[in-house]
Design a protein. Structure first.
Length: 204
């Protein structure tokens, strides 16, 4: 049995993550590899309730950070760790990199506070692989205009989205072993070929 992977997907709102989630699902399904798709904030009953608050209620940035980690704690304890322990690969649409990008980068929460919460909640758990879907903000904002009702993050000013993008690119530079930056302006098929190549390499 392959060692299960913990894979996370990140990017600014409107980067095209959702399109590729279905491709990743198909990748695992067609190979008969056990996998579990989940998301943050959310992924558990409690987490989904917190998600509604987090995406739609205005709140202090540190409060928001701690609620993100409360949802994450429940997610890790009841879903992520048990699945990995059963040999099931977990693919999460966002994880802690989003907290560094949005709450530290976007909202100015001290990254050291996030480090503390991370070590408390995650202990030694870290993603094995992170796909960062990267697009210039002019494009991501344009794409958001075509979507359903926007949440509070999606409604932020272009400068907020730019800060998030920069924060993600900084994270990718700091953790080059774990991050794979995918150019979201490329054709969908080209991005999917790249994802396939990376997954093939990781899964052997
Ligand atoms: P999404 O599921 O459509 O990507 O929306 C989740 C939103 O929540 C997105 O705007 C990013 C935001 N978010 C944070 O601000 N911090 C976090 O830690 C996470 C997981 C998400």
């Amino acid at each position: 049995m392959n060692k299960p992977l913990f894979i996370t997907l990140e990017g600014v709102d409107g980067a095209g993550k959702t399109t590729h989630i279905h491709f990743i699902e198909d990748y695992f399904r067609t190979r008969g590899l056990p996998f579990y798709m989940t998301r943050e904030p959310g992924g558990t009953d409690l987490g989904e309730k917190l998600r509604l608050l987090l995406l739609h209620e205005e709140m202090d940035a540190l409060t928001e950070t701690m609620l993100m980690f409360s949802a994450r704690c429940e997610h890790i304890q009841t879903i992520i760790k048990p699945k990995l322990a059963q040999g099931i690969t977990v693919v999460s649409d966002r994880f802690t990199d989003a907290t560094y990008a949005y709450q530290a980068g976007g909202k100015g929460v001290d990254a050291r506070s996030i480090d503390v919460l991370k070590s408390l909640v995650q202990k030694d758990l870290d993603p094995d692989l992170t796909f960062l879907f990267d697009v210039p903000v002019e494009i991501s904002i344009e794409r958001l205009k075509d979507t359903r009702t926007m949440d509070k993050f999606e409604r932020e000013e272009p400068s907020f989205h730019q800060t998030i993008r920069n924060a993600y690119l900084d994270l990718a530079q700091s953790f080059p072993q774990r991050f794979h930056v995918l150019n979201g302006t490329h054709a969908i098929e080209a991005i999917q070929d790249e994802i396939k190549l990376i997954l093939d390499g990781r899964l052997g």
